[in-house]
Ligand binder design. Structure first.
Ligand code: ZN
Length: 187
């Protein structure tokens, strides 16, 4: 039997309405889906959910200093979506959910996610923040972020704790191992 596929469900917040989805996909998720697929040996797909299909999430007032409260709102919005007739959740896949926003949550927080877990939120700015939060959901860790040798020289990897504009869109080998180990718990 083949391994269960991975579905990365990305909810578009109202403040990103009208964004070019093809560009969003290329900038933020293309390499991520490829990388997770390669690490895990599982089919990995990204699905965008339009604001009108998940209004409790797309209209969420996410700018706050209270992250516990934010997670409660995210959970509530996700439950509403899953039980709605718009839900794309229908099979035995492994699902990870991310609310994608234009702005940051607060001055220090660009995104946040369960680590590991099924749910998070991330700004599109800087590029790499959504992938960083998905990384947390797959149990990738800040202390294992390390440096990656790139064409341009050494760069911080994607799980580096502080957002940097020239971060490499890549997981360190230690974090690839963390992700593989995490996913091995599933069929
Ligand atoms: Zn982080």
């Amino acid at each position: 039997m083949s391994k269960r596929p991975i579905m990365l469900i990305v909810f578009i917040h109202d403040d990103l309405k009208g964004s070019n989805e093809d560009q969003l996909y290329i900038d933020q998720f293309d390499w991520l889906a490829d990388t997770i697929a390669r690490i895990s040996g599982r089919t990995t797909e990204v699905t965008f959910v339009q604001p009108s299909d998940a209004p409790a999430l797309s209209s969420l007032d996410y700018k706050t200093d209270d992250l516990d409260d934010l997670f409660e709102s995210l959970e509530a919005g996700l439950s509403k979506y899953i039980s709605s007739d718009k839900s794309a959740i229908h099979d035995n896949s492994i699902y990870k959910y991310l609310l994608l926003t234009r702005d940051h949550i607060n001055k220090k927080t660009l995104g946040v996610a369960y680590s590991p877990g099924h749910l998070g939120i991330a700004s599109v700015d800087p590029i790499g923040t959504p992938a960083h939060e998905f990384g947390h959901m797959f149990n990738a860790k800040h202390p294992d972020s390390g440096e990656i040798m790139t064409y341009w020289g050494p760069r911080k990897s994607i799980m580096y704790a502080t957002a940097e504009r020239d971060v490499a869109l890549s997981f360190s080998s230690k974090n690839q191992e963390n992700i593989r180990n995490y996913l091995n718990q599933y069929d």
